[in-house]
Design a binder for this molecule. Structure first.
Ligand SMILES: Nc1nc2c(ncn2[C@@H]2O[C@H](COP(=O)(O)OP(=O)(O)OP(=O)(O)O)[C@@H](O)[C@H]2O)c(=O)[nH]1
Ligand SMILES: [Mg+2]
Ligand SMILES: [Zn+2]
Ligand SMILES: [Zn+2]
Length: 403
């Protein structure tokens, strides 16, 4: 890999040269200044700007590296805190030196994006990263925001999550301020062991914000910079599926009436337009970003899927410590066959004509036999195959091996 000369800010998704990275003074006694960039980032009132310590550019660095520390021009104290020149958020070390892995979770309203994000993060920390010889930890306030927005409800109170508020209204949820985690993986390089670091950025979009291209282009810049897109499809929004299920199962697994949700193929069209405009790609060129098309809520439709299907089995990849290609191949063809059977071909052709690299998956974030009760109570989540789309994206980006 060629040395990096640029980086993408995991908060505002602007791309900058490494030589543009700024510092923020960390001396508590140093003066506070109006922070216009931070105020703009938080959609704040510019006539009442947020206050923050001095930010400044470092001196004497070359294009391939970032100075380790800077000296505050106000107080003369040394600081190690790197910040983004555009939004003044603190930058994780791995976003400057390691690889960025922006994973976008998109899908219509109530398809299960927030449950997916909240639960996959728990699994990544405790199980998935560990089985691939690594570790994952939150950056800055990401872990505590994950705890208060996801973990407490799902794992402590045992209730399902609320639908996500539009990022135009709420700057603290995952739809506005992404959840940023550092993944460290041990890699054997010749005789030495090296550690590779990745910045994982999870953006839990509010389905509501995917309804028109104007809102999308301002709040969803991250989609265009993604290493992979997880596109959730809700089986509860497919009439051929719901006609085979009883009313109670549907009500518990669907937070809204499916007629109120935008169609998956419409969202796919808008997402594709957005990426094409950003990357200046012609209409005839396919988009190279890997797309995992994922059926959510597999628990609710399990009974409609033929018994001999591989997708009923637990995911094998973590136990095997590599991405199992034969399992992946089976699941991919099973889900494609189901989509045909359920007449969801409009979505499939949108995906297949716009993207060069896509694959089909099915997951349950809550787990088998854990459909929320009518008052929103759940048992502790025990996800089924939730890691598959994430591991596939990692494999496509060369992070983990496949066999
Ligand atoms: N049975 C079952 N139901 C689920 C699962 N995940 C989500 N649900 C149901 O789907 C509803 C919506 O899930 P969310 O994760 O809030 O959906 P979302 O895509 O984030 O919706 P917006 O934030 O409005 O875009 C939940 O209230 C649950 O009823 C799952 O794994 N199994
Ligand atoms: Mg949500
Ligand atoms: Zn930024
Ligand atoms: Zn200072």
């Amino acid at each position: 890999m060629a040395p990096k000369t640029t980086f993408i800010c995991p908060y505002c998704f602007e791309k900058h040269k490494l030589s543009e990275v700024q510092f923020r003074c960390t001396n508590r006694r140093c003066a506070d200044f109006d922070d216009i960039e931070m105020t703009k980032y938080e959609n704040g009132n510019l006539s009442l700007p947020k206050k923050g310590k001095k930010t400044f550019r470092a001196q004497g660095k070359n294009a391939f590296s970032v100075a380790k520390f800077g000296v505050c021009p106000e107080c003369g104290k040394t600081t190690y805190k790197h910040v983004c020149p555009s939004c003044h958020n603190a930058l994780p070390e791995s976003s400057i030196s390691g690889e960025d892995m922006i994973i976008s979770i998109v899908g219509s309203r109530a398809t299960g994006k927030s449950h997916f994000v909240g639960i996959v993060i728990k699994e990544l920390i405790e199980r998935i990263s560990v089985s691939f010889g690594g570790s994952m930890e939150g950056f800055a306030d990401s872990y505590s925001r994950w705890e208060s927005n996801f973990y407490n409800n799902l794992y402590v109170n045992r209730t399902k999550l609320d639908l996500t508020k539009s990022s135009l209204q709420n700057v603290d949820n995952g739809a506005y301020r992404p959840l940023i985690f550092k993944l460290k993986l041990r890699k054997k390089k010749l005789l030495k062991e090296a550690v590779e670091s990745f910045t994982f950025v999870f953006f839990d979009t509010a389905g509501e914000d995917l309804n028109d291209e104007d809102t999308m282009s301002t709040v969803n810049k991250y989609i265009c910079k993604s290493a992979g897109i997880i596109f959730l499809l809700d089986p509860m929004q497919i009439p051929e599926v719901t006609s085979q299920l009883d009313e109670s199962t549907i009500q518990r697994a669907a937070a809204i009436d499916w007629r109120q949700a935008a169609k998956a193929d419409d969202i796919m069209t808008r997402v594709s337009n957005l990426i094409r405009n950003d990357q200046k790609l012609a209409d005839t060129k396919k988009i190279p970003i890997p797309v995992a098309a994922v059926f959510s809520k597999f628990d609710a439709v399990e009974s409609l899927v033929p018994e001999d299907c591989t997708v009923h089995n637990p995911s094998p990849h973590c136990d095997e410590q590599y991405f199992d290609l034969s399992d992946w191949h089976n699941v991919n063809s099973e889900i494609q066959a189901l989509l045909h059977e359920w007449n969801a071909t409009a979505f499939m052709s949108q995906l297949e004509t716009n993207y060069s690299n896509y694959s089909y998956f099915a997951v349950s974030a809550l787990g088998l036999n854990n459909n929320p009760s009518l008052d929103g109570k759940i048992e502790r989540p025990r996800p089924h195959r939730i890691e598959d789309p994430v591991l596939w994206i990692l494999k496509e980006n060369g992070v983990i091996k496949a066999k």
